[in-house]
Write a new protein. Structure first.
Length: 327
C-alpha cells in the first residue's frame, strides 16, 4: 500500500532552530565566513531552485533529463528487479519518475529530503502515478547517517539515487564521506546511481550560475531571508550581492554572498562584523573529468561500473558498485 503525504516519517536528526543557530554562529566565526548550502532549501528556496532549472543558461537539468529519457531503460536493467530505491534530496521527482517507469517490481521508494514541502509534493505526485510502489518518505538531512525504514517486502538490492550533480556541492573530503555513507547504506550487491557534472568550457559553466533573469541571485539571497524568518537573525538582505565564479584550478564554481558595506549581523546574543566587500562562502559546485570522479569514488571503496552521457559529454549519470564485492 502506498504511503500518502500525511504519513511522512520525520527523522529526529532533522535540524531544529538551535541546531541551525549553532551552524550559523560557527560559520560566521570562521576566518573565512561560510554557511552550508543546505540552508538554501526552505519552501521558497526549493521553488526558486525549480525555476533555476528552467533557465536557458542552466544546462545541467535539461541535459540530465535527456540522459534519463534516452537511457532509463538501460539503467533499470543494470539495477535489476525488486530494488529498494533510496533517493537523496528528492526535489521535484521528474528524473525519479523516468526511472520508476522502467524498474521491474521495485520493493520500495524511499525519498530523503530536508524540505518537508518539497518532499510532500514529490511523494504526492509519484504515489498517484505509481500506486503499486510502496512509498516510504523520510524528512531528514541526508548528509547525516540515516535509519532507513524497513521495506514492505525484502528487496533484492538497495540502490542509492543521487541525481542533479549535488555531489559536486561538497568539497572532496566531504564528497568521499557522503559516498562512503552511501556504500554503507546500500546493500552488499547494491549500487549508487549519481549525477556528475563534467568539465567543459568555463564560460558555459559560469553562465549557468549567473542567469540573465537573476533567479540564481534571488535563490542565493533567499538563504538570508530564511534565516531572518526562521531563527531570528537580522541580515540586511539588500546589503549583500550574489557572486558565482569558476575557479579553473580547483575545477569548481565558488558561490559567495558579498557584503556591500561595513555592517553587523546579530545571531542570538552574538554579533558578527562584516567588512565592505567581504565574501561569505555559501556553495561549491565541483566539475569533474571521468578520471577525477573515478578516483574520488575509489577512495570511498566504490568503482564505476557504467557511465551514461549526452553526445556533447557535458553531464554524466554513473552507476557505482563496491570496489570489493565481498566487503
Amino acid at each position: 500500500m502506498s504511503a500518502q503525504p500525511k504519513d511522512i516519517r520525520v527523522d529526529d536528526r532533522h535540524p531544529d532552530v538551535e541546531d541551525t543557530l549553532e551552524v550559523v554562529r560557527r560559520g560566521l566565526s570562521a576566518k573565512q565566513k561560510k554557511l552550508p548550502s543546505r540552508l538554501f532549501y526552505d519552501e521558497r528556496g526549493s521553488a526558486l531552485f525549480e525555476r533555476i532549472c528552467e533557465q536557458p543558461e542552466y544546462y545541467l537539468t535539461r541535459t540530465e533529463i535527456a540522459i534519463m529519457r534516452d537511457h532509463a531503460a538501460d539503467i533499470a536493467q543494470v539495477m535489476g528487479p525488486d530494488v529498494r530505491l533510496v533517493e537523496y534530496g528528492s526535489g521535484s521527482g521528474i528524473k525519479t519518475r523516468m526511472l520508476l517507469e522502467h524498474l521491474q517490481t521495485p520493493a520500495a521508494y524511499v525519498p530523503v529530503e530536508i524540505s518537508r514541502s518539497a518532499l510532500m509534493e514529490s511523494v504526492a505526485g509519484l504515489a498517484s502515478r505509481f500506486p503499486g510502489v510502496p512509498m516510504q518518505p523520510v524528512c531528514a538531512d541526508f548528509t547525516q547517517p540515516l535509519r532507513l525504514p524497513v521495506a514492505a517486502r525484502p528487496p533484492r538490492r538497495t540502490v542509492i539515487y543521487f541525481p542533479g550533480s549535488t555531489i559536486g556541492n561538497f568539497e572532496a573530503k566531504d564528497a568521499v564521506r557522503i559516498l562512503r555513507q552511501m556504500r554503507a547504506e546500500m546493500s552488499v550487491d547494491g549500487g549508487v546511481l549519481v549525477g556528475v557534472d563534467l568539465k567543459k568550457d568555463p564560460a558555459q559553466i559560469e553562465a549557468a550560475y549567473n542567469d540573465a533573469a537573476g533567479v540564481t541571485r534571488e535563490f542565493t539571497l533567499n538563504m538570508l531571508v530564511r534565516l531572518n524568518n526562521e531563527v531570528g537573525t537580522d541580515f540586511d538582505v539588500s546589503a549583500f550581492r550574489h557572486r558565482a565564479r569558476y575557479n579553473a584550478l580547483a575545477g569548481r564554481i565558488e558561490t559567495d554572498l558579498v557584503s556591500t558595506k561595513r555592517q553587523e549581523v546579530h545571531v542570538g546574543g552574538d554579533t558578527f562584523a562584516f567588512r565592505e566587500d567581504e565574501a561569505m562562502h555559501v556553495e561549491y559546485s565541483c566539475k569533474y573529468s571521468l578520471d577525477d570522479f573515478a578516483q574520488m569514488a575509489a577512495k570511498a571503496g566504490l568503482s564505476v561500473a557504467q557511465v551514461w552521457m549526452d553526445d556533447e559529454r557535458r553531464f554524466s549519470v554513473q552507476y557505482l558498485v563496491r570496489a570489493d564485492p565481498a566487503g
